[in-house]
Design a protein around this ligand. Structure first.
Ligand code: ADP
Length: 245
């Protein structure tokens, strides 16, 4: 039987004026897979994911979700397909708690019982082994904690394909480890795509798709990419040491 993929991108091209941000991208993401999109800034990773999350619409090409061709015209369309994207710049309200941010914008918000909301969120947090206090205010949180709030928000709304655009603020190795364990806890029936510019940050991913100058140039496991055959290994490793200095 032919395998169906959580997401399949066929020949996706996106231009901004004269700039080609994505040039004929073909990419398949299996259900339950953790895939990393790796590439330098400006190589087209975020643009590609923004087309899955309904922010941009492709100029050319097709997107399939669970084997069906879809037309994603808005973030709501994307969400209705079970896709949740956590953007590089968090969309959280600092003066609110984690729980308040998680339920923000949900229908019937005004009549929600906050005790029940906290209990439901706590259950979700425990199920996935997150370290998050629903009552903590966002302005007291680290980058990594804010990211957790965004992830729990997506899970609370039923997302089963999660896209995480790495935060701009450099994460220390401990925070990075937290990301790995978080992503690993999703894997059952969920699919995760992690945008990164460091090969060393992608070791926990099942597969890595390398982007360069609007093209998908190579796909492989972490080991394959760091091997002598990985044409891009030197570049990414050089970047990794640069960012760790
Ligand atoms: P990455 O995520 O790999 O850093 P991006 O997808 O953000 O790369 O950007 C790919 C290219 O598209 C870059 O040249 C960037 O400047 C350009 N680009 C992205 N978004 C826009 C936009 N809204 N308008 C014009 N150019 C854009």
């Amino acid at each position: 039987m032919e395998q169906t993929y959580a997401i399949e991108l066929k020949n996706i091209t996106k231009r901004f004026g004269k700039i080609v941000a994505n040039d004929g991208i073909n990419l398949k993401v299996k259900r339950g897979e953790i895939l990393s999109l790796l590439g330098e800034n400006g190589s087209g990773k975020t643009t590609l994911m923004n087309m899955i999350s309904g922010i941009y619409f492709p100029d050319e090409g097709r997107i399939l979700v669970d084997g069906k061709a879809v037309s994603i015209r808005s973030p709501k369309d994307s969400f209705d397909l079970g896709i949740g994207m956590i953007h590089q710049h968090f969309k959280l309200i600092d003066v609110m708690t984690a729980a308040e941010n998680i339920i923000l914008g949900l229908k019937g918000n005004a009549v929600l019982d906050m005790k029940k909301v906290h209990k439901d969120i706590q259950e979700l947090v425990d199920r996935y082994g997150f370290d998050l206090d629903p009552a903590q205010k966002v302005y007291t949180m680290s980058v990594s904690q804010k990211q957790t709030v965004e992830i729990v928000k997506m899970l609370d709304r039923g997302a089963n394909i999660l896209i995480l655009d790495e935060p701009t603020a450099a994460l220390d190795p401990i925070a990075e480890n937290e990301i790995y364990s978080r992503f690993n806890s999703f894997v059952e029936n969920k699919t995760a795509i992690y945008i990164s510019h460091r090969l060393s940050s992608c070791a926990f991913c099942d597969r890595i798709a390398v982007f360069d100058n609007a093209e998908l140039v190579e796909t492989g496991t972490h080991n394959e990419l760091i091997s002598a055959n990985g044409r891009y290994a030197e570049l990414w490793n050089a970047q990794a040491s640069y960012y760790l200095e």
